[in-house]
Ligand binder design. Sequence first.
Ligand code: LRH
Length: 474
Amino acid sequence: DTTRNTYLAVDFGGGSGRVIAGSLLQGKLELEEVHRFTNRQVKLGNHVYWDFPALFEDMKTGLKLAAQKGYRVKGIGIDTWGVDFGLIDKKGNLLGNPVCYRDARTDGMPAKAFQILDIQKHYACTGIQVMPINTLFQLYSMQQSQDVQLEVAHQLLFMPDLFSYYLTGVANNEYCIASTSELLDARQRNWSMDTIRALGLPEHLFGEIILPGTIRGTLKEDIVRETGLGSVDIIAVGSHDTASAVAAVPAMEGQVAFLSSGTWSLLGVEVDEPILTEEARLAQFTNEGGVGGHIRFLQNITGLWILQRLMSEWKMCGEEQNYDTILPQAAEAEIDTIIPVDDAAFMNPENMETALLNYCRAHSLEVPQNKAETVKCVLQSLAFKYREAVEQLNRCLPSPIHRLNIIGGGSQNKLLNQLTANALGIPVYAGPIEATAMGNILTQAMAKGEISSLREIREIVSRSVTPQVYYPEK
Ligand code: LRH
């Protein structure tokens, strides 16, 4: 439609990226996928990278296609996975391809960093669940190895900041994505300079923090020419994909928890102020920045990553499975094995199936005998982990969670939804699948004055999709 205002969400996930067009019609959000492309980790020499130049090109292809469709594009918002970043020099040149958070450079870094930082005080300030993948540990590994990039870098840009920078020429750091770094003061919602100094990181790398809803700038001339779009605004959204997804959870009133389900499972609640207690730290909860000044109090859990890897390995060895057939088979499979999905063994093994079977053997667990059993084992292990997370959440909150809302691509996994309802003993609402794109687009519409509040964003989402409800079966 060329008469309605259209917003483009560019959503980069670990496995794929998409450009999605969205516009409001009679109080509902309509989406159209304009372009989809793969994203992959590239092993080069001793490290695992993302292919930033290729991703940038793929994004531009999407923008070009959107221009050809004749949309009245009023904004572009970019969101990506958390923690990763690129460094630019004084002239704005990218100093190296961003390294993937699954790279081994952070091995052993948390222990090293906590020789310097007091772990309790550190949590009371940043409120972030300690994970080796976090920006803090990536930067500390560079500092420890005297990485030359760090010596010459002018500024650090998280992935969404980096894409936005090369579209606009404006370099700053969006709050939600910056919060995944473990370098923000959770209460102040700004850089923790004490932490940065204590680790010996160059202070000048950390730029101005901007909030979701801020106009970052307009498309640069050359990009306008290349894509055929006009001089469109690039709008800061909840640029951490999970922040955009959580903005589009249909109903958050009462004690409702969300589970943003994809490569990772992010399970938690929205709160107004960070919860920085020892209890929260020990239960491994994180306080990430959200849209509308809220805090996403959640646990980062290894999500469908294990299953995604299994599926791609089976495909590569000519035994391709499709979700529609393997999930019903897995539902029938009888195996009790629960694996700890967050174990380092499953972080980035050479072969996931081997890692899983070896884990079972080494820990005297019943070993899956076929693919259906393997899938069942993975999914019930996730559901088990979700139950633990909800129990821990209940201990940190004034009253218990009575509903879980699963959003994102993983909410299409019916078996996992049902296993989760069974494990939790509360109803599970599934959908929207496209939560990230919806949150991204509606935050842009809010920045442009078409929507007045986060509450209205959620009302629009409620009108636009009907969640599937799963009740506990036993
Ligand atoms: C999910 C996600 C998650 C973590 C991880 C690195 O895509 O953004 O919230 O930050 O990627």
